[in-house]
Design a protein around this ligand. Structure first.
Ligand code: F6R
Length: 266
């Protein structure tokens, strides 16, 4: 796993955006995987800037969100459909017909996951998956003890996750209890995975993900099995890493062509 430690969350977002944009260059119809939540917002803002400047064109790209709350109307401002529309589809000028979010209101919820997997496959699979990590180590909404080879399915949210997400709602009661989420096996299928995290409330989960054992108790640790996973964190989120000096040492010595950043992704 490649680990990049940045001074600030903004720099982490810029470097992550450059990595994402790099994966789109030269592809007629790149397939992007999107996380919601606060962590990737800096990535989306930077990508939107490049789109607005004409440096990046995502009009032919496909997009797949990681997850959606079960039972929440699409029109609710905190449904992940609405969040993706607001923070990704519109600012990145993507074709809304090509941006998909799991259907948390599907009549046949038991099969909605398999249907979503079929759509991802039909688009050719995800080229670059953007990820955040929960304070309990979840990626997507794969809560601790999720199967490491799980596919898109319904999950019950932990109270920790509901409390973490309460900030988007007026009260805890309004935070849904279930979600449809891509599985860890689904996430592992992406060609490239880029995870961003910031703040000291993520430090334990980040350390467990990168340096702990691969285990279902920290779902993010499954990325240790991914061939091309990059974790980009700020100093606070890196504060519990045992090998941070080594990660800095490696990054400082990267040849320029491998040090993809805002200045050289194109
Ligand atoms: C949401 C998702 C989650 C979030 C995680 C971190 O689509 O995939 O795994 O990435 O809960 O959320 P933030 O970034 O809000 O701290």
């Amino acid at each position: 796993m490649e680990v990049i430690i940045c001074d600030t969350a903004e720099t982490a977002g810029e470097i992550a955006a450059a990595r994402v944009a790099r994966e789109c260059v030269g592809k007629a119809e790149p397939v992007l995987g999107f996380a919601t939540g606060s962590s990737p917002l800096a990535i989306y803002a930077q990508l939107a800037e490049w789109v607005a400047e004409g440096k990046l064109d995502l009009s032919q790209a496909h997009g797949f969100a990681l997850d959606e709350y079960v039972g929440m109307p699409k029109e609710h401002p905190e449904s992940y459909w609405a969040v993706i529309d607001r923070t990704v589809t519109k600012p990145l000028r993507m074709n809304p017909d090509r941006v998909h979010v799991p259907d948390g209101r599907a009549e046949d919820l038991a099969n909605a996951g398999a249907e979503y997997e079929r759509k991802i496959k039909a688009a050719g699979g995800v080229d670059v998956q953007i990820l955040g990590i929960g304070s309990n180590g979840h990626i997507g909404f794969n809560e601790p003890t999720s199967s490491l080879s799980s596919r898109t399915r319904i999950k019950t949210l932990t109270e920790r996750t509901r409390l973490d997400n309460q900030r988007f709602f007026d009260s805890l009661d309004e935070v849904p209890t279930h979600c449809l989420t891509q599985g860890l096996g689904t996430i592992l299928d992406a060609e490239v995975a880029i995870l961003v995290a910031s703040g000291d409330h993520k430090a334990r989960a980040v350390a467990d993900m990168i340096e702990g054992p691969v285990c279902a108790v920290c779902p993010g640790s499954v990325l240790q099995l991914h061939e091309h996973a990059t974790v980009i964190v700020d100093e606070a989120a890196a504060s519990e890493l045992r090998f941070s000096e080594y990660y800095r040492h490696v990054y400082d010595r990267l040849p320029d062509w491998q040090r993809i950043g805002p200045a050289n992704w194109d």
